[in-house]
Design a protein around this ligand. Structure first.
Ligand code: FO1
Length: 318
């Protein structure tokens, strides 16, 4: 079975670990979000691609869900000693190696998709990891600070500001001129099922869908598209998805996110058991829905969720 998964960072990566356990023989292609990418110290950092690669490759810092395990921060400290920032983004020594290799290859003319393939040769994630685009896309967030509206890079909004101020707009800068990376549209067209894991519907999955051609390809793929709600009990399971949902006028509820994607895109939507009351509204919008446990407390729980998603896909296909 060929499965295509649109993945952001931590939630997407943890879901993928469960999917691999639930469907060990499946051929999984991950379309990874690159809107979180940031250029620091002359290096290109791809947080969501790295989180998927490290999580599935066994190198992730498990508690954080990002960065490397057994990490040290000597380079970061030395940079700070030179007064070179930013200090708010925790790049570890092991992680720096990934960004140095990536930046070196990009500098030699390799596209991000080839670089990602090269990095995955070491990590062997067990899935094909494609960036959503080889073109530069960086999400910026419009905020009001000291009475003036300004745009900050997503990472500054997320990490330095901890999403403490309202996001007035979320803009994937560069998306409208970008093209899907090689293999992305082909993978969607060849898929037997397409999954939206519990990633951020605005800055992760929404950004992937903002690359011209990807949303259309999924809507026209003619195979079941099933998503899992990142919102449980009217609150995001992790992160601050509610802040960016508010920016696009979508309520932080399992039903609102499903309706935001719409029945033109989604065929099925899993909500957590606490949101079982939302199932009739979602089904009324033409999206098949089931209430199952959606807390990814461990790999087995994530695997059970993946099984439920694949089961719903087969019900939709029937
Ligand atoms: N998240 C934080 O909350 N604090 C950090 O200092 C931080 C550093 C960091 C370094 C590399 C990397 O790949 C991810 C990092 N993240 C950090 C997580 C990152 O902001 C998010 O994982 C994604 O951008 C959202 O999914």
């Amino acid at each position: 079975m060929r499965i295509v998964v649109l993945a952001g960072g931590i939630g997407g990566a943890r879901f993928l670990r469960g999917l691999k356990q639930a469907a060990p023989d499946a051929d999984v292609t991950v379309i990874g979000n690159t809107g979180d990418d940031i250029h620091l110290f002359g290096l290109k950092v791809c947080p969501d691609l790295d989180t998927v690669m490290y999580t599935l490759g066994g190198g992730i810092n498990e508690e954080q869900g990002w960065g490397r395990t057994d990490e040290t921060f000597q380079v970061k400290a030395e940079l700070a000693a030179y007064g070179v920032g930013p200090g708010w983004f925790g790049l570890g020594d092991r992680d720096f190696a990934t960004h140095i290799v990536r930046t070196q290859m990009l500098g030699a003319g390799y596209p991000l998709s080839a670089v990602t393939e090269a990095l995955c040769a070491r990590w062997q994630p067990g899935v094909r990891l494609l960036p959503m685009s080889d073109d530069r896309i960086e999400t910026h967030v419009a905020v009001d600070v000291d009475g003036e509206r300004k745009a900050v890079h997503f990472q500054e909004y997320w990490v330095r500001m901890r999403a403490s101020v309202d996001a007035k707009a979320v803009v994937p800068v560069g998306a409208d001129q970008a093209k899907p990376a090689p293999g992305v549209l082909e993978a969607v067209a060849a898929a037997d099922v397409i999954l939206f894991p519990p990633s951020n519907p605005v800055v992760s999955i929404g950004t992937i869908l903002a690359v011209p051609g990807i949303r259309e390809a999924i809507a026209e793929a003619g195979v079941p598209v099933v998503g899992l709600s990142p919102i449980v009990g009217d609150a995001p399971v992790r992160g601050m998805a509610d802040k960016v949902l508010a920016a696009i006028g979508v309520e932080a509820t399992a039903a609102a996110v499903a309706l935001h994607y719409g029945s033109g895109l989604l065929d099925g939507w899993l909500v957590d058991t606490v949101d079982a009351g939302a199932v009739p509204e979602i089904e009324g919008a033409g999206i098949r829905s089931r209430a199952v446990p959606l807390m990814m407390t461990d790999v087995d729980a994530a695997a059970e969720m993946a099984r439920e998603a694949l089961k719903l896909a087969e019900e939709v296909r029937a």
